[in-house]
Design a protein around this ligand. Structure first.
Ligand SMILES: C[S@@+](CC[C@H](N)C(=O)[O-])C[C@H]1O[C@@H](n2cnc3c(N)ncnc32)[C@H](O)[C@@H]1O
Length: 258
């Protein structure tokens, strides 16, 4: 059943380093056979090791097309409640919540717009909203959790949702795609739709050692932020910080509506 799940992150993201490793390895063999200068052999050897290690880290460490695991047991500890996923995409974070919290329901919100197309879409294939809905539903159905989820097209900076209605909100690798004003609005919206004392699990890309090592200057999500940017932004939006931590290429913060 699970084999049908396809989160749709690009092939190049997951396997690009493998292609680079093979090219460097081929050059290394050529250099060895043709007895090129020692320095060239050393550089090609190092490049092969870097590309191979990066492939293993991206494919098995970041594992963007695999299941996401809940970074903290403290989120929705009772296992039940109405949860909103802001920027659900193809459902990876929605599935993370539904599988880890079997009594929970999730509203999966996504704009299914330009940013969706950049990550998952095919610009030629017509209505992105319809395509996005179908892909998300297919993944939830394949995982056997579709009956606990609903899909809501919408912009997380101004959500078509009532205030004080969710027990918890999750957002993974989505709010950090916005500019400063978009981030401010989205965090404020997360606060608005949460019930008093509701929980917010925010996961953002973190430029840690592994991200710098694997992607270096190619790093996306370019705006560099201060170390405490997310904590300050959450407090400004009306949250208190409950817990925070790091996983490879990811910072997570569990916050609570004050
Ligand atoms: C990198 S994907 C993350 C998807 C999913 N949360 C995951 O963990 O795989 C970012 C998602 O955020 C969505 N997004 C970006 N800006 C948005 C906005 N203003 N409102 C709603 N969704 C947005 C994109 O459409 C995209 O699906």
């Amino acid at each position: 059943m699970h084999s049908q799940i396809n989160f749709g992150y690009p092939w190049a993201f997951n396997y690009g380093h493998l292609v680079v490793a093979v090219v460097f390895l081929a050059l290394l063999c050529l250099a060895w056979i043709r007895k090129w200068h020692k320095a060239v052999i050393v550089v090609l050897g190092l490049a092969t090791v870097w590309a191979s290690a990066s492939f293993v880290m991206v494919r098995y460490g970041f594992n963007m097309n695999g299941r996401a695991t809940m970074p903290t047991e403290a989120f929705l500890r009772l296992g039940a409640g109405k949860v909103l996923d802001m920027g659900a995409g193809t459902g990876r974070s929605t599935l993370m919540v539904l599988e880890a919290r079997p009594q929970a329901t999730v509203v999966a919100l996504d704009s299914f717009g330009e940013s969706y197309v950049e990550h998952f879409g095919d610009r030629k294939s017509g209505a992105v909203v319809d395509q996005g809905r179908a892909r998300l539903l297919a993944n939830l159905t394949a995982a056997g959790v579709a009956q606990r989820a609903s899909i809501q097209p919408g912009d997380m900076r101004q959500m078509p949702l009532e205030s004080d209605t969710f027990d918890a909100v999750v957002s993974a690798y989505a709010i950090d795609h916005l500019g400063r004003e978009g981030i401010r609005k989205s965090l404020s919206e997360a606060n608005r739709v949460l019930k008093p004392r509701g929980e917010f699990l925010l996961m953002v890309i973190a430029k840690d050692f592994w991200l710098e090592f694997t992607f270096g200057p190619l790093l996306m999500h370019a705006h560099k932020v201060a170390a405490d940017f997310w904590e300050r932004s959450l407090r400004d939006a009306g949250f208190e910080i409950v817990e925070q931590g790091m996983r490879p290429a990811t910072k997570y913060i569990l916050a609570r509506k004050t």
